[in-house]
Design a binder for this molecule. Structure first.
Ligand code: SF4
Ligand code: F3S
Length: 110
């Protein structure tokens, strides 16, 4: 089992999650983060910290796509351990539909 970052992180990217992870297993893309499934120890502390409610336990139904995406990009993107400034328009994108199709970026974070 692991926790995964899901669609609503895209373009919200609040990064409160990285501050609490005891094993620093978040990785940063241009407009979302992912969790490395092999490094996550399933402690669950990040889940309630996400203002966008984008972090889910992979035991929930329908998260296969997101588990795959987290695993893939955790290998490609740089590790992030400290919160940065979220995007200025993060709130405008909270809850928007079809964020993956419209906005997902495979580019790494800075
Ligand atoms: Fe880190 Fe725990 Fe969240 Fe896994 S569940 S990403 S170990 S804070
Ligand atoms: Fe994304 Fe939520 Fe973390 S929006 S960056 S998973 S706090």
């Amino acid at each position: 089992m692991t926790y995964v970052v899901t669609e609503n992180c895209i373009k919200c990217k609040y990064m409160d999650c990285v501050e609490v992870c005891p094993v620093d297993c978040f990785y940063e893309g241009e407009n979302m983060l992912v969790i490395h499934p092999d490094e996550c120890i399933d402690c669950g502390v990040c889940e309630p910290e996400c203002p966008a409610e984008a972090i889910k336990a992979d035991s929930e139904d329908g998260l296969e796509k997101w588990l795959e995406l987290n695993a893939k990009y955790a290998s490609d993107w740089p590790n992030i351990t400290e919160k940065k400034d979220p995007p200025a328009d993060a709130k405008d994108f909270d809850g928007k539909p079809d964020k993956f199709e419209k906005y997902f970026s495979a580019e790494p974070g800075q």
